[in-house]
Design a protein. Structure first.
Length: 365
């Protein structure tokens, strides 16, 4: 018996059945963009840039270049794990890319001076202290509709529904109200983004900052993030931050805490690798020794550690080499001298980051 073969449309590369259904749906809904083949799926980019840098080279590489544009990103962590500051670095970078930005500061812990310290143009950013979960949801949806392209919600854990806020302490409030409202909002937010993408417009990137809490007496992993399962369902990327060791400078009585090691784990990533861990140094005060300002990560050290792990910078004993064996070879005795060279040539950070991402891309092919 002769096998039946599937007819392929030369024009679209799809079977004639799929091609006919596509045309029928478009006519039914009077919208040429409502459906397409998966090969025509839109991955929105801004002038070829599909991701927003995070502010740390190591984290950027682990994310595939940064956080993806037009997705919902979940950033969680214990207290003082720098989750808010890392999110603000992303906002600054989005702003510098020309994206209109907004900050929903539910926790009310930020000030204008700190935002400016991080390089954020506070005159060109919408800021709000919402009073309830309903208010922040309505406000963010309105901002999204009106053209804001990058929003931070700080934080999901603190935002409470009006029912909870208006009840007396100890009163029994219906369980699941908060989770239901968050689920409804995220569904609407994603729906609006889908419409933007379908019409060729840039969708809005949403950063959900959340706390990591512990369930008392729970079996297995006691840690969880408030907000319900919808937060996990709708997010494309989930990064969890933790505090590491303190960074101290000086000796004896002059020893001073200047920062901390920040550890991260990419718990979920629908656009690149997942379950990847790393760390970087974060400075809480200006450090002349490290050459890092208050509120910033040591990007020089992160870039060097990356370059070493990919053999773009090599080591032999106490010596470090750039372009070893080539006419452009440079060598440095000790890590500090190499870091000094990177400080004097900050363009090396992006250079090595792009080289490493290209290596990763070739590896995947």
């Amino acid at each position: 018996m002769k096998k039946k073969t599937k007819t392929i449309s030369k024009k679209t590369g799809t079977s004639s059945i799929v091609a006919n259904i596509l045309e029928s749906i478009k006519k039914e809904f009077k919208d040429d963009n409502i459906v397409s083949t998966a090969s025509d799926m839109t991955e929105y980019s801004l002038e070829g840039i599909k991701r927003i840098p995070t502010g740390d080279p190591q984290l950027d590489v682990d994310l595939g270049g940064g956080i993806p544009i037009g997705r919902i990103i979940h950033i969680s962590g214990e207290y003082s794990s720098t989750k808010s500051t890392q999110s603000l670095h992303m906002l600054r970078n989005a702003q510098q890319m020309g994206l209109p930005c907004a900050l929903m500061d539910f926790e009310n812990t930020l000030d204008n001076a700190y935002l400016q310290q991080l390089g954020i143009d506070t005159d060109d950013m919408i800021y709000s202290n919402p009073a309830s979960l309903e208010e922040v949801a309505q406000l963010m949806q309105s901002l999204q509709e009106k053209g804001i392209k990058f929003i931070i919600w700080d934080s999901v854990a603190v935002a409470e529904p009006t029912k909870v806020l208006e009840s007396d302490t100890g009163d029994s409030v219906q369980m699941g109200v908060k989770q239901k409202l968050i689920g409804e909002f995220l569904g609407k937010f994603q729906s609006i983004n889908n419409r933007f993408t379908r019409n060729g417009e840039m969708p809005c990137t949403l950063i959900l900052i959340n706390q990591v809490r512990e369930k008392i007496g729970a079996y297995g992993d006691p840690e969880y993030e408030p907000g319900g399962r919808a937060v996990g369902f709708y997010t494309s990327v989930h990064i969890r931050f933790r505090r590491g060791d303190w960074i101290a400078e000086g000796t004896g009585n002059n020893k001073e805490i200047v920062g901390q090691v920040v550890k991260y784990k990419i718990v979920k990533n629908k656009t690149y690798k997942r379950m990847v861990s790393g760390e970087f140094d974060f400075y809480q005060v200006d450090s002349e020794i490290a050459g890092v300002k208050e509120g910033y990560n040591d990007t020089f050290k992160s870039a060097i550690m990356l370059a070493l792990s990919y053999d773009l910078v090599t080591r032999g004993g106490a010596w470090f080499y750039i372009d070893k064996g080539l006419d452009t070879e440079k060598k440095f005795q000790g890590l500090e001298k190499l870091i000094d060279y990177f400080r004097a040539n900050p363009e090396l950070i992006d250079k090595y980051k792009e080289q490493i991402l290209e290596i990763e891309r070739r590896t995947k092919e």
